[in-house]
Design a protein. Structure first.
Length: 174
DNA sequence: TCAGTGATTAGG
DNA sequence: CTAATCACTGAG
């Protein structure tokens, strides 16, 4: 794999605990509102892992909203939270194993709701196929980042075990 | 610290 | 139909 190459679905059809840390340092290529393209290095993500993870939306089972997480990896899971903020997630893993990676920060922009505002992400990106999309995809960069881990944000409802999983990954220097 | 904001979901 | 909940942000 060489820098600039689009990550294909094989990259995403692996366990979310492998994919999530490897997404740090990769680039998101996105057609911004206005039509120009932007490249942003991913600096912070979180892993949501399957039906047993009480912090994962799919722990309540298959619903219209969570349906795409049961698809094989390489699609986008996009949803609105608090009535205002679109969340950008990448589906990972095999079919029928619901997993996703939340994109929390990219270079120079922190916060999942601010990123989607910058990118112009909305409901029309739900289910977007990262293999063939002409408006958003991920690229390899050759960067091998030094990672830090922490607990996931905003999931206190998930119970002691799940809220303490170290499944947030971020660049040391950001 | 806290309101804003509306889709989603379970339940009657 | 109702009502609770929410993977957040910016203002004060």
């Amino acid at each position: 794999m060489f820098p600039g190459k689009r990550l294909s679905k094989e990259f995403f059809i692996r366990d979310v605990l492998e994919v999530a840390p490897e997404l740090i340092g990769k680039n998101i290529v996105i057609r911004l509102p206005g039509g120009t393209f932007g490249r942003f290095q991913v600096t912070e993500v979180e892993a949501y892992r399957g039906a047993e993870d009480n912090a994962c939306h799919a722990c309540k089972g298959r619903t219209p909203r969570t349906e795409i997480m049961f698809h094989e990896g390489g699609r986008l899971y996009v949803y609105l939270v608090y009535g205002m903020y679109w969340m950008l997630n990448v589906v990972t893993g095999e079919e029928n194993i619901p997993q996703a990676v939340l994109i929390r920060s990219v270079e120079n922009y922190s916060g999942p709701g601010r990123i989607t505002k910058l990118f112009g992400i909305d409901r029309t990106f739900y289910g977007e196929n990262l293999d063939i999309s002409e408006r958003i995809w991920f690229e390899d960069t050759g960067v091998i980042p030094v990672l830090k881990t922490g607990t996931r944000i905003g999931i206190d409802y998930a119970g002691e075990y799940w809220k303490t999983r170290p499944w947030r990954y971020y660049l040391q220097d950001t």
